[in-house]
Design a binder for this molecule. Sequence first.
Ligand SMILES: Nc1ncnc2c1ncn2[C@@H]1O[C@H](COP(=O)(O)OP(=O)(O)OP(=O)(O)O)[C@@H](O)[C@H]1O
Ligand SMILES: [Mg+2]
Length: 322
Amino acid sequence: MNAIASAEAAPSLIASEASQHAPARTSAPQPIITLRNVSKGYGSGVTRNEVLTGINLNLREGEFLAVVGFSGSGKTTLTQLLAGLIRPDEGEIMMDGKPITGPSPQRGLVFQNYSLLPWLTVRGNIALSVDRVFRSWSRAARREHVDKFVEMVGLSHAVHRRPHELSGGMRQRVSLARTLAMKPKVLLLDEPLSALDALTRSVMQDEILKIWEEERQTCLMITNDVDEAILVADRIAPLNPGPRASLGPAFTVGLDRPRDKTELNHNERFKQLRNAVTNYLVAVRQKSRRDQSGGQTASIKRPDIRPADLGGPRRAILNSPV
Ligand SMILES: Nc1ncnc2c1ncn2[C@@H]1O[C@H](COP(=O)(O)OP(=O)(O)OP(=O)(O)O)[C@@H](O)[C@H]1O
Ligand SMILES: [Mg+2]
C-alpha cells in the first residue's frame, strides 16, 4: 500500500477536501479568513516561478491550523499573502467577508527571519508596535503591557539589549512578543521556533499553546515539524511541494487539550497521525519528483572499479590526546 493510500485508509484522520470548502454549518465556527483559488508566482518570462496555485482554505474563527511542508514550497509566500504584504495574482483572500488589500494590526505576523529594527532595544522593538496599536492607552499602561510580554518570553534580563547583542533564539522570542503584544485577531506564525534549540523550542511551544488557550485567537502556524504541528493544532494542512504548490486535504487532530508532550508520545492517535501526515508528505514529494522527471526514475551508472589489493600488514589509525 503506498503512503497516500495508507493515509486514506484512516479516513477519520482526514478532513475531506469537500468539508474544507463546504459552507460553514451554524454549529461550526465561521471562517474568519477565506482563500479562494489563490495563485501567486514571482518574476516574468523565462524566470517566472509559479509558487502557489489553486489555494483554497477556510481558516475558522478561534482555530489553530498548522501548515506543514517542505522547504521552498511556498509557506512564507502563503503567510505573506494572508498578512496582506503581497497580493495574489489570481483568486481572492477575504477576512470577515472583506478582501485583504494590505497589512493590518488585526493580522499579526511573526516573521521567519525575525525582522527586528537593529537600532532599537528589546523593549523598543516591542513598544514600537504597542504604541502604534494602543495609541489611546496611557504611557504607563503601554509600558506595563510591553514589559508583560517581555517577561512572558523570558527576556526581562535583556530588555535594554539591541538585536545584535541577542542570540538567534532570543531575537525570535522578541519577534514573537512583539506580535503577541499587538493582540491581533489572527496570529500568523511563520516557523517561529525553527531557530531555537530543542529545549527552548519545547518551552516556547508550551508558551504559545498557553497564550492561545487563554486568548483563543485564530492562529495559523507554519512548521516543518510534524510532531510540533500535532501538539499545537486543531487541523494540519499539508502544502504539497512546488512549483504550483496547492494544499492537500487537512488532517483533523482531535486530541484533548491541554496536551502534554510526554503523554502524547504514548498516545495511539498521536502515533497514527504522525505516521499519516509523514507518509502523506513523503508520498507527495515522491510523486512531485516523478512528475518533474517526466515519469523517469533517475538511474546512476556506477563505474566498474575494483579496489586494489594493497597487500601487506595494515596499521590501525589511532587518535591520540591533543
Ligand atoms: N520575493 C521573491 N522573489 C522571487 N522569488 C521568490 C520570492 N520569495 C520567494 N521566492 C521563491 O518562491 C519559492 C517559495 O518561497 P517561500 O519562501 O515561500 O518558501 P518556504 O516554503 O517558506 O521555504 P522555507 O521552508 O525554506 O522557508 C522559492 O522558490 C523562492 O525562491
Ligand atoms: Mg519560509
